[in-house]
Ligand binder design. Structure first.
Ligand SMILES: Cc1cc2nc3c(=O)[nH]c(=O)nc-3n(C[C@H](O)[C@H](O)[C@H](O)COP(=O)(O)OP(=O)(O)OC[C@H]3O[C@@H](n4cnc5c(N)ncnc54)[C@H](O)[C@@H]3O)c2cc1C
Length: 380
């Protein structure tokens, strides 16, 4: 067993950390305040190769592994969790299903520009009445000649409106039931019949964008069917297994940022004639933060390693996502406590980190859903 990063992984971590500190962190608070999506930063990250790290060079990727990708998501999320989730959705939920299930033509046409960062990706699964219960989806796709006609509404679509490429799930055969009746499609922005509804106004990750996707007789070429008809549920679930590694890495980044702030402040804040860092109550909080973050990072990198090495990783990713997101929430909340009243003030970053942490316990399957995945695996 080896707990050290390879020189390539360490190099990419440093490169991303440096970019995040110089380019992403300085505008994070303002973008959160004004709810601005950082498209220019995504373009820059694309040019640096961050948007296709784990994909082969022949498809425009960086030829690295999912450990390098997880390290990149952590470093970016430490600077800005909104940018971190945009990256994670792009790489894990949009590019990966095309890489895994796409035809050679689909990979050349869609994966390559995604991995090169020329286009941004998104993933449309959730519907108004189908969240945890994915099988409750009612968006339909009906084959008509050499096209499919899609009708329905998707909600909470991260990168929605910005993304040029969407992987969208729709029922192609109601009689086969939710598991076998769903199919996946690649839908391009600008396709007639595909438009955007309301933009979500949120508690946290406010510089990330979530929009409603509306499909009204949207005609998609049959060659844009991803995988086979009826494979949509499997494609969605396996994409989410990988997506959870990204959310876990995002959570570790948020927690690390909160802890670093909570280490710095008590050394400077004097009460009762001495820095509050000398109080055991503060020390113990920091000790718990550091231990939980280490454990969360190890779980995350273990799941990323397993994915890279073609080992089973669904349970491992669910464990990492659940533990890391709970850690992010706990650490960010405790960091606010360490800052006292100033932690509640928007003058310091910990209140944003606390707001950002909450969503990691909810999306890509709530932590209750992760328990279903973990229990299902260990009982099998
Ligand atoms: C900011 C944000 C970004 C998102 N991005 C995307 C995206 O890009 N693409 C996409 O497709 N979706 C996206 N989502 C949707 C997200 O994945 C869902 O919100 C999430 O899966 C939960 O679904 P729901 O909100 O419908 O909650 P519900 O399913 O209604 O759940 C509500 C509560 O009930 C619990 N619950 C439900 N069923 C059970 C059960 N069987 N046992 C125990 N507890 C249960 C849940 O754990 C939760 O606590 C996003 C959501 C948000 C808020």
């Amino acid at each position: 067993m080896n707990f050290t990063l390879t020189p390539e992984q360490e190099d990419i971590r440093k490169l991303v950390a440096d970019f995040a500190a110089k380019k992403i962190a300085p505008t994070a608070a303002e973008r959160d305040e004004k709810e601005l999506f950082p498209r220019a930063l995504f373009d820059e990250m694309g040019k640096l190769g961050f948007l296709g790290l784990p994909y082969p060079e022949e498809y425009g990727g960086g030829g690295m592994d999912f450990v390098a990708y997880a390290l990149a998501v952590e470093e970016i999320s430490k600077a800005c969790a909104s940018t971190g989730i945009g990256l994670s959705v792009h790489v894990s939920l949009c590019s990966w299903p095309i890489f895994k299930y796409g035809t050679e033509e689909q990979k050349q046409k869609y994966l390559k520009p995604l991995a090169e960062g020329a286009k941004l990706g998104a993933f449309g699964l959730t519907e108004p009445n189908a969240g945890t219960d994915v099988g409750g989806a009612t968006t339909t796709a009906v084959k008509d000649g050499d096209s499919y006609v899609i009708n329905g509404t998707k909600v909470f679509n991260t990168n929605g409106g910005e993304a040029e490429i969407e992987v969208v799930f729709a029922v192609t055969n109601k009689e086969s039931g939710p598991v076998k009746g769903m199919s996946a499609f690649i839908v391009e922005k600008g396709t007639p019949g595909f438009s955007y509804g309301k933009k979500e106004i949120k508690m946290g990750i406010r510089s990330s964008v979530q929009r409603e996707l509306i499909f009204e007789n949207c005609r998609v070429p049959a060659v844009n069917l991803l995988g086979k008809e009826g494979e949509g549920f499997k494609i969605a679930m396996t994409a989410l297994d990988g997506g959870r590694i990204g959310v876990a890495a995002q959570s570790v980044g948020i927690a690390q940022a909160a802890m670093e702030a909570a280490i710095k402040y008590p050394k400077e804040r004097v009460q009762f004639g001495k820095p509050i860092a000398s109080q055991q109550a503060i020390n113990f909080l920091l000790a718990e933060m550091a231990t939980k973050i280490d454990a969360a990072r190890l779980l995350t990198l273990r799941a990323a390693y397993d994915k890279s090495n073609h080992l089973p990783y669904a349970k491992e990713a669910a464990m990492a996502k659940m533990f890391a997101s709970d850690t992010a929430m706990q650490v960010a909340t405790d960091a606010v406590q360490v800052f006292g009243g100033y932690g509640f003030s928007r003058e310091y970053p910990v209140e944003r980190l606390m707001r950002d942490a909450k969503i990691t316990q909810i999306y890509e399957g709530t932590n209750q859903a992760q328990k279903m995945v973990i229990a299902g695996n260990i009982l099998r």
